[in-house]
Ligand binder design. Structure first.
Ligand code: ATP
Ligand code: MG
Length: 445
């Protein structure tokens, strides 16, 4: 109790003692030409119109770390309406806090007005429900999550403005929450996931005071809108360091809080399960600048759920194909509603899953039909993952590998001599069905 009180008082004192620090080029070494064309253009136009404007957040942090930023955010004292007037290709988004998306060529810059010191409304648990007050640069810095994310870079003056020792924390590779961490997690529980993602991705240690309240607040995530959690999970998956971020989720005690996070956790360790394998491949591909299909990765992450249900349906007597349809239909509400998987991904996932039983059928015209499917390649790659997990015989994989690249004649020949796993089960089922029909007929007679 006393320790908690002391911690709070000390924290308040450190916040009150915060002084604005301006770093010149020789101290920060960020070159203005490291900004994207769009970020530079947006800042220049805001300056020319008489407003303050800075690159803020992750981009400044990454530039100080020598990492190429993946996007640029801008903070300004212009209001959303004033920003809108300056940029023809822009729109205001965001319900809890308005943000302006400014489109320049293919790039989108997120422009936010400095947030004020006051939050318009909280719920009974302290969560911010609405936040429309605008404020000063200093107040805006207070409202950001971590000290490393509260740095402002002005490319014209070539200065970095730091209110919370963010530059020192970056140099010491520490993630430190601004203000009282407990209250900041209560205000917005997603900050806990951000702590796991940023520390995992950047290899930062999470400061003790910042890490400590997480276990206590973790259950607040259950009350977050599924779509927002899903967005954050996507950021973890797309970070290029998904496995490291998941390990941080465990270290920070964020496991057992949400089914979607739990579905991801087997991916944190080793390569002996399909989730880990898919995430390892994703990290590799992203680091090599290759494309990644999110539908495919999600299909792997949620496969253990589907396969369990699929086996149950098969045990209840349904054929591979029908059992898969039933399994997917049975899990649909969970996927769409509880986990907030958007339709653009769930469609791809379902198609990949639905094609899996068809790889077992290698007779008749079916292999040709499967090959002609738009989603064949993704489904085949998925089947290879399953084979690596021992779910499918390596012989089946090499058969399909050869079949894809064979000539028409060779394919016909392959089909004639293919082992016929699924047809044999179908035949025995047909025999069983016939027997059942005969018994019923006898009973009626
Ligand atoms: P990334 O490199 O993954 O984009 P980022 O820190 O830039 O990391 P964004 O989601 O782009 O993350 O957010 C931009 C900035 O907005 C952050 O750096 C931080 O200053 C602020 N921010 C984002 N989310 C929150 C939050 N939940 N609470 C407080 N500040 C936030
Ligand atoms: Mg960012």
């Amino acid at each position: 109790m006393l320790a908690k009180w002391l911690q709070k008082v000390l924290h308040r004192r450190s916040v009150a003692a915060v002084k604005k620090r301006e770093l010149s080029f020789t101290q920060h070494r960020i070159h203005a030409d490291e900004l994207s064309f769009a970020a530079e253009k947006v800042i220049k136009r805001l300056h020319n119109a008489g407003y303050q404007a800075f690159v803020v957040g992750g981009a400044v942090r990454d530039l100080l770390l020598g990492i190429t930023p993946k996007d640029f955010d801008v903070a300004t004292d212009a209001t959303p309406e004033q920003i809108r007037k300056l940029f023809r290709r822009s729109r205001i988004i965001g319900r809890r806090f308005p943000i302006v998306h400014v489109m320049v060529g293919p790039e989108t810059i997120e422009v936010t007005t400095f947030r004020g010191g006051k939050v318009s409304s909280h719920n009974e648990l302290g969560r911010i429900m609405k936040d429309t007050s605008f404020g000063t640069l200093e107040q805006d810095a207070m409202r950001r999550d971590f000290t490393a994310n509260a740095l402002y870079y002005d490319p014209q003056q070539q200065v970095v403005i730091d209110f919370h020792h963010g530059v020192d924390d970056i140099r010491n590779r520490r993630l430190v929450m601004i203000g009282d961490p407990l209250a900041r997690y209560q205000e917005d529980p997603v900050r806990m996931l951000r702590a796991a993602r940023l520390s995992g991705k950047l290899g930062f240690t999470v400061d003790n005071n910042t890490a400590q309240p997480i276990a206590e607040c973790a259950s607040l995530l259950q009350r977050e809108p599924p779509a927002r959690l899903f967005d954050e999970v996507l950021k973890i998956l797309f970070s290029g360091h998904a496995q490291a971020c998941l390990r941080q989720l465990q270290t920070l005690h964020l496991n057992n809080t949400h089914p979607l996070l739990d579905a991801l956790l087997p991916g944190a360790e080793g390569n002996d399960n399909i989730v880990a394998l898919a995430l390892y491949n994703t990290d590799q591909r992203l680091r090599e600048d290759k494309s990644v299909s999110m539908g495919f990765v999600l299909a792997a992450i949620l496969w253990p759920w589907i396969v369990k249900r699929w086996n149950k349906e098969k045990a209840a007597g349904l054929r591979g194909n029908a059992a898969m349809n039933a399994a997917i239909a049975g899990e649909r509400v969970q996927l769409d509603k509880s986990w907030g998987v958007p339709q653009r991904y769930s469609v791809v996932m379902r198609e990949i899953w639905m094609l899996q039983p068809l790889f077992e059928i290698r007779r008749g015209a079916r292999p040709f039909r499967l090959l002609a499917q738009q989603r064949f390649r993704a489904a085949f790659d998925f089947m290879c993952l399953r084979a690596q997990m021992g779910e499918i015989d390596a012989e089946v994989v090499s058969w399909w590998q050869t079949f894809q690249h064979a000539s028409e004649d060779e394919r016909t020949q392959m089909i004639r001599s293919a082992p016929d796993q699924d047809n044999s089960t179908t035949r025995s089922r047909t025999r069983r069905r016939r027997r059942r029909v005969n018994t019923t007929k006898q009973e009626t007679a």
